[in-house]
Design a protein around this ligand. Sequence first.
Ligand code: GTP
Ligand code: MG
Length: 205
Amino acid sequence: MKIKEAVFVTSNTDYLKCPAPDLPEYAFIGRSNVGKSSLINMLTARKNLAKTSQQPGKTQLINHFLINGSWYLVDLPGYGYAKVSKVDRENWQQMIDNYLRNRPNLVCIFVLIDSRHDPQRVDLEFMEKLGQEELPFHIVFTKADKLKKSNQVTTHIERYRQKLQETWEELPPMFITSAEKGEGRDPLLEAIEAYNQAFEEAGPQ
Ligand code: GTP
Ligand code: MG
């Protein structure tokens, strides 16, 4: 899929103020600093569409980007950021949960996982919650360029698969990406394109 247009639409704390839920939507979520905003820039081939930072906790709102006038990418704040107060963290969590539960047009959630790290409880618990709520998700491994040898990426992902198999009967689709190198862009855009088509064929929500 060609990205002809990518525009910022709104930033919100409240899902009720998000754009009308009439176009297919894809949300990016994961721990702070995992590379959500960078991945959105990589996919859209726009350097500064979503704000990125070396400091965790950069994205603090629900950000909608309209792509090719026909679907939304959504950049969300990260979870598990230790340096904010408990109250702030709970508020963010509430904001994200409300958003995830109340967007009928949310076709798929992309859960981002840093390729370098062993499976972390906070991510596994988050995916379990999505499963309980029957919210469909895919896993996107990020920062693959930071692992020097390609077999290191394979080893890490195999370990992740094994961990997931302890609790999941069926594993979600997985993508390996590097926002730095553009790796994984085509497979992700192809998956989105197929979903967009299905959304259109399904008719009004
Ligand atoms: P929050 O909004 O704070 O939750 O973070 P985020 O998940 O949106 O992460 P962001 O995209 O801001 O990236 C965090 C840092 O990781 C930045 O310094 C990015 O340049 C870096 N980064 C993101 N993706 C990649 C990647 O694929 N490769 C490398 N080498 N660095 C990356
Ligand atoms: Mg961000």
